[in-house]
Design a protein around this ligand. Structure first.
Ligand SMILES: [Zn+2]
Length: 226
């Protein structure tokens, strides 16, 4: 296993934080970001800091049990969710959690993103299920997400927000952008009063592209009723 360069991982976390904040995916000090850099080492964002204004000395290095290895600030209580994701799939090297407003409206409504409306979304994400409600920062929250990691690329947390993961922290972040876009398209189709998913054949054809696009999970979104 070749682990990511630690200095690059820390820079990527800061960059993702700036993009998340500038994109309106988090308000105030919301959200958290982490990158796995070793067998038992993760860099993560601290609690009580705006993700748009972080410097490298604010980041915290943890082992997979949540013990602090480096850094002076406290890690976010939601980092437990990140660690559970890393423990459940060793291929995951980045996790991002935020409250992007349209995806979070679906999370509040308890509606999964599961309609085959757009080609890229079918291939890259598939289904984004809703993880049932748990208390923020709780062990239940961390444990509730872990079972979804191997099957999906992202989840919505009921009445809370979104979590994405991937083989790098940047890839996890781009998935967050794709989740918000997916939610925007589902909302727009509802506003238009026309929801017209693809046919099952079209979905089959797109799912067959996943290996080439380096996507190994995601589930099958709903096609057109006939
Ligand atoms: Zn949150």
């Amino acid at each position: 296993m070749i682990w990511p360069d630690e200095a690059q991982a820390r820079r990527d976390i800061l960059e993702v934080g700036r993009r998340m904040y500038a994109g309106g995916y988090v308000a105030a000090n919301d959200g958290n970001i982490s990158a796995r850099v070793g067998e038992n080492a993760v860099w993560a964002t601290p609690t009580n800091v705006s993700k748009g204004f972080m410097s490298e000395d604010m980041l915290v290095k943890l082992d997979l049990d949540g013990n602090v290895l480096e850094g002076t600030l406290s890690p976010s209580s939601e980092v437990k969710l990140h660690l559970a994701a890393y423990r459940s799939d060793p291929g995951i090297l980045g996790v991002v959690h935020a409250h992007p407003p349209i995806a979070t409206a679906f999370a509040a409504a308890g509606i999964p993103l599961d309609e085959a409306l757009l080609q890229e979304t079918v291939v890259m994400l598939g289904v984004v299920p809703v993880v049932p409600y748990t208390c923020p920062g709780s062990r239940e929250l961390a444990e509730s997400v872990a079972p979804y990691v191997k099957e999906y690329n992202a989840v919505l947390l009921e009445h809370h927000g979104a979590v994405t993961w991937g083989d790098s922290v940047m890839r996890a972040y781009f998935r967050l952008e794709s989740v918000e876009y997916y939610a925007k398209m589902m909302m727009n189709s509802r506003l238009m009063g026309v929801t017209r998913p693809m046919t099952e054949e079209q979905i089959d054809e797109l799912l067959a592209l996943r290996p080439k696009w380096r996507v190994d999970r995601g589930g099958r979104p709903r096609g057109r009723d006939r």
